[in-house]
Structures are given as structure tokens and as C-alpha cells.
Design a protein around this ligand. Structure first.
Ligand code: ZN
Length: 243
């Protein structure tokens, strides 16, 4: 017998933590495929690069234009000013410091507590907007090993937010166990060549905020850790698909 009932997630609406990078662009497509209504939230915490914030709008409008079925589901975008947090959470992303590995094994781009703050603020917005699902691109297979990207941390946050709001919250992390090649493959599975081309062209990952040179994987300086990871993943994904 075929189950024709609507899956539970299709009846629930989602708020995607959306930075305009490759990962969150893929998460946004994933959420649009799955949920009837999706809104996005971005955080401005004094990143060195407002280029990331402009990438957000390009990806959103590109998705709506190329995938009308998703465009119908894509709702409002919110940008929340967290400059006060940025002032506390000094790192190579928010201050003028070199991007390098530190003695504690974490890159200098680690912003302490970032995902904890983002998820807390996003959950307050989701509560107000009636969403019960938060979607984020956290990933523990990433080279950086940021402790607030691990699923254990996310599970603890999910429990804490559900208790603190007295309302169940699901934090969906579709990229958690994927490497970057698998993230490209997921995008292709969701939206084919049109989606991977859109992510290559319009999403932004480079830590240095450079968009001068176009590589086959997109724009960027080509040698910061974020560009290296994106380029390596893209090459591995391309090598894995038959020409
Ligand atoms: Zn770069």
C-alpha cells in the first residue's frame, strides 16, 4: 500500500540561517524542497566582508527566478544586527588579524559561541514568525572542527531552546556529515546543473571577501582556508561525476 499522507515536515515552516555562502545556499534549496514556506535570516556582526551580505540577496533572487516552485515558497528575509556580539567575539573574521591555525588547534577564524548566539536569536525570530524548524549549514566533517558546529552541540541547543521557549524546536543540519564534495553533489541532486551553476556564480565563501577572479568553483582569493576547501570539494565532486 502506498502512503499518500503528507510527510510531517511538509506541514511545518522553516527559518534558514542564511549567510550567502555555499553551505547555507544548499541548505536553503534543501529547505525549499521540503517545506511549504521558508524564510531566511542573516546576521551582521561586523564581518570584514559585506560582500557576503550582498551574496545573500543574489542567491535568494536567483533561486526564486530559476526555480519558480521554490520562489512560491520563499518568504521574507531578515537581517539582524549583532554588532555588539561581533565586538566581543574578536576573531580573524571580524577583526584585522591573520587567518592561521592557533595553538589550541582552532583556526583564528573561530568566533567563540557564534552558532550558539545565532541559533538563540534565530529561535526567537522563528517563535515570532511561527516556524518550528531552524535549518543551518553546520558541518562536523569540515576541516576546521569548530566545536559549535558539532551535532552534539546542536542537539544540546535544540533541547535548551525547546525547554526555554516551552515549544518544540527542531534544528535541521542537512550538511552535518557531508564533506564539501558531497555538499556540491547534494545541490546537484536538489536542483541539477542550474542550482550548482547558481551556487558557483552567486554564493560567496572567501574569507578575504575577494570576488575579482572567477574560478570554476566560483569567486575568491583561491588560497584562504575557505577558498581551498571550496575548490577542493568542487574538484572532488567534478571528478566523481561521469563527464
Ligand atoms: Zn579566499
Amino acid at each position: 500500500m502506498t502512503d499518500t499522507s503528507t510527510p510531517d515536515h511538509a506541514n511545518r515552516t522553516a527559518l534558514v540561517l542564511f549567510s550567502g555562502g555555499q553551505d547555507s545556499a544548499t541548505c536553503l534549496a534543501w529547505a525549499l524542497q521540503r517545506h511549504a514556506r521558508v524564510e531566511t535570516v542573516g546576521f551582521d556582526y561586523g564581518q570584514r566582508h559585506h560582500v557576503e551580505m550582498t551574496a545573500r540577496e543574489r542567491v535568494r533572487s536567483g533561486l526564486a527566478a530559476s526555480f519558480p516552485q521554490w520562489g512560491d515558497r520563499l518568504g521574507e528575509d531578515f537581517v539582524i544586527d549583532l554588532a555588539g556580539y561581533g565586538a566581543i567575539a574578536d576573531s580573524a573574521l571580524t577583526a584585522d588579524r591573520a587567518i592561521e591555525m592557533q595553538a589550541n588547534g582552532l583556526p583564528s577564524t573561530f568566533v567563540p559561541g557564534r552558532n550558539l548566539v545565532f541559533l538563540t536569536v534565530a529561535s526567537a525570530l522563528a517563535y515570532r514568525r511561527g516556524h518550528t524548524v531552524l535549518v543551518g549549514g553546520m558541518c562536523e566533517t569540515d576541516f576546521s572542527g569548530y566545536p559549535d558546529c558539532r551535532r552534539d552541540t546542536i542537539d544540546a541547543m535544540q533541547t535548551a531552546l525547546g525547554l526555554g521557549l516551552d515549544s518544540p524546536v527542531e534544528i535541521a543540519t542537512p550538511l552535518m556529515h557531508l564533506d564539501k564534495a558531497a555538499t556540491w553533489a547534494l545541490a546537484h541532486q536538489l536542483g541539477g546543473d542550474a542550482l550548482t551553476a547558481l551556487i558557483e556564480e552567486d554564493s560567496h565563501t572567501c574569507y578575504r571577501g575577494e570576488r575579482g577572479q572567477r574560478h570554476d568553483w566560483g569567486y575568491g582569493c583561491g588560497d584562504c582556508p575557505a577558498c581551498e576547501l571550496r575548490a577542493r570539494g568542487h574538484a572532488a565532486w567534478k571528478a566523481s561525476v561521469p563527464a
